[in-house]
Write a protein that binds this ligand. Structure first.
Ligand code: FMN
Length: 167
C-alpha cells in the first residue's frame, strides 16, 4: 500500500508548536500547514488577556482560509498551544471549519506548565471523535530534551495505527 498522505496543521505564536509540528511532519514526510489568525494584534498584557478570555469563553478567531484541504489526505494532525487550559481560538475555528471531514485525526499541544489534558479533551470534543494519537509537550520537556522522545513515540503510534489494515 502507498504511504498515507498526512497533513500537519498548527497554530503557533512563539514557535513551540511550530517546532513540534515541523518535527512531526519531517518524521512522517507530511505536509505542513500553518493556521494564520488575523486577530490578536494587541501586544503585552492586553493581548494576553484578550487571548485568554477568548479561549476561556470557547470563542474562535478570524483565521485565513486554509491553503490545504483534509479531503486530500489520509490523516490530519492538529497542533495547538494551550491557552488558559483550552485549545487556542485559531485552532478552534480551524477545527470548526473542517467538521464535515470525518477521517482519522491526531492531536498535540504545547504548554508551559499545565493544561495539556483539558486542551486535548477540547480538541476531541471539537472533532467529535477520539484521535488515533495524542501528545502534550511542556516547557519542561523542551528544557530536559524529552520532546524528541515524545515526538518519536507520537510518530510511532501514528505509524503503527496507519499500517493496520482497515477492519
Ligand atoms: C493567552 C495565553 C494563555 C496561556 N495559557 C497557558 C496555560 O493555561 N497553561 C500553560 O502551561 N501555558 C499557557 N500558555 C503558554 C503557552 O501554552 C506555551 O508557551 C505554548 O508552548 C506556546 O506555543 P507557541 O510558541 O506555539 O505559541 C499560555 C499562553 C498564552 C499566550
Amino acid at each position: 500500500m502507498a504511504s498515507p498522505k498526512i497533513l500537519v496543521a498548527y497554530y503557533s505564536e512563539t514557535g513551540h508548536t511550530r517546532a513540534a509540528a515541523e518535527g512531526v511532519a519531517a518524521a512522517l514526510a507530511a505536509d505542513l500547514m500553518e493556521i494564520v489568525a488575523d486577530d490578536f494584534r494587541w501586544p503585552g498584557v492586553l493581548g494576553f488577556l484578550q487571548r485568554g478570555w477568548r479561549a476561556l469563553r470557547h470563542r474562535g478567531a478570524a483565521i485565513r482560509p486554509a491553503v490545504r484541504s483534509p479531503n486530500d489526505y489520509d490523516l490530519l494532525i492538529i497542533g495547538s498551544p494551550v491557552w488558559v487550559g483550552h485549545v487556542s481560538p485559531p485552532v478552534r475555528s480551524y477545527m470548526e471549519s473542517i467538521r464535515a471531514w470525518k477521517g482519522p485525526i491526531a492531536f498535540f499541544v504545547t504548554f508551559d506548565g499545565q493544561g495539556g489534558r483539558p486542551t486535548l479533551a477540547d480538541m476531541a470534543e471539537l472533532a467529535g471523535r477520539q484521535p488515533i494519537a495524542r501528545m502534550s509537550l511542556s516547557s519542561k520537556d523542551r528544557h530536559d530534551g524529552d520532546d524528541h522522545e515524545k515526538i518519536a513515540n507520537f510518530v510511532a503510534t501514528i505509524r503503527s495505527t496507519m499500517e493496520q489494515p482497515p477492519v
